[in-house]
Design a protein around this ligand. Structure first.
Ligand code: F3S
Length: 394
């Protein structure tokens, strides 16, 4: 792997122990994936934040970095932790967990990572430009930023993205290169998609293509919320980091459709079957959790309009960032949702929070990614459907 003189000095410890250790991680990744060199990056999105996933060992790792005076040198944002940082007590998050979780978030802050605490950093100011090299480790955000924005990131692990945030560079391989950004599957969707259908589509295709690049020919025009949900599902049932949608996403023209042998047709029945398969029970959800990936202002607005002046029977969480909630507060959506009996939950989500210790049994979700993970990560039953199927009114 080629290193500039400057990079050699970094890896030899001339700029301190933290840079040397971070370079070790990046060079090891580069060796594994045959990177030719390092490339400068403009942003990092760091995952590995919930105490549920990183535990005490993760906290110790971060505290070691702080002792070494590590600091992010580029725009770096943080993935969701396991609690609503401001309201964990009122919302009933377990105290021991919350104390540890706060320490983890404080540690990241000391490392210079902005406490955005969201898996949709592109909704709160971490918005790379087309073709820019970045290092992001939230898989749904990687799918979005590569596909919808056209920036370039591999699916990094938490430590790799953190090392990249400190050094400001990442190994140059995979989705940073031109030649792997063309599609190798054509997916012809024969039916119009609405709501949770986009997640169901992503779930089917992720299972079939693994880490390849699908090219969708859709029957109707998705908005950015649909693309957010599609990418999250693709990245969870498979390991998709990039997809194209004909006439929609910025790099769809890179693909010559005539050269692709893998073709899939998706019918209305395929979508219906997958929707069914994503539920583990037909019981009524005691908690409906929306916002996976974290909800946009537009999604919160639609929900507020739907439940306006009604009273919800089940508990309702809408997960989003504190930045988007501030706008929902200002627009009066939070008030409508709270009057109907729901809560906007900041920072965390139904998968990375200790929801299994909070007395819930059946979680209703409209996200295929959440439906995929809740049974294994939370050991709870899940019902997958549209908002209209999940929310029951009194
Ligand atoms: Fe985000 Fe949690 Fe879903 S981190 S993508 S809301 S599983």
């Amino acid at each position: 792997m080629y290193l500039s003189k400057e990079e050699e000095k970094m890896s030899e410890g001339e700029y301190g122990e933290t840079i040397r250790k971070s370079m070790d991680i990046l060079l090891a990744l580069g060796e594994i994936y045959n990177a030719s060199k390092l490339v400068d990056i403009t942003s990092a999105q760091v995952s590995g934040v919930s105490y549920k996933t990183i535990g005490d060992a993760g906290l110790e790792y971060l505290e070691d970095l702080i002792r070494d005076n590590a600091k992010a040198t580029i725009n770096s944002t943080l993935n969701p932790p396991g609690i609503d940082l401001n309201n964990w007590k009122e919302l009933g998050f377990p105290e021991d967990f919350s104390i540890k979780q706060n320490k983890i978030v404080e540690a990241y802050e000391k490392l210079g990572i902005s406490k955005t605490c969201t898996c949709t950093p592109y909704l709160v100011g971490n918005v790379p430009r087309f073709n820019e090299h970045i290092s992001w480790s939230e898989s749904s955000a990687v799918a979005y930023v590569n596909s919808v924005i056209g920036a370039r990131s591999n699916r990094e692990g938490g430590p790799g993205a953190l090392a990249a945030a400190i050094v400001g560079k990442t190994p140059f391989y995979g989705f940073h290169l031109d030649d792997v950004r063309t599609a190798n599957w054509i997916v012809n969707v024969e039916t119009p998609l609405v709501g949770a259908d986009f997640g169901a589509l992503g779930y089917i295709i992720g299972q079939k293509v693994g880490g390849d690049v699908p090219y969708f020919i859709l029957n109707n025009t998705p908005d950015n919320n649909d693309l957010k949900v599609l990418g999250a599902a693709l990245a969870s049932s498979g390991s998709v980091a990039l997809y194209h949608v004909e006439n929609i996403t910025p790099e769809f023209k890179l693909t010559n459709k005539n050269e692709i042998e893998n073709n899939l047709n998706i019918s209305h029945k395929d979508i219906l079957d997958t929707r069914e398969q994503l539920s583990t029970t037909d019981k009524e959800p005691d908690l409906v959790c929306l916002g996976c990936p974290h909800a946009s202002l537009e999604e919160i607005k639609r929900l507020a309009n739907y439940i306006y002046r009604k009273t919800i029977k089940n508990k309702l969480w809408i997960c989003t960032s504190i930045a988007v909630k501030a706008l929902a507060d200002r627009m009066g959506y939070t008030d409508i949702i709270e009057k109907a009996g729901g809560n906007i939950i900041c920072d965390t989500c139904m998968v990375v929070s200790p929801i299994e210790d909070m007395g819930f049994e059946v979680i209703g979700v409209n996200s295929a990614k959440a439906a995929n993970y809740i049974p294994s990560m939370c050991n709870l039953e899940v019902v997958f459907g549209d908002i209209e199927d999940l929310i029951q009114f009194k």
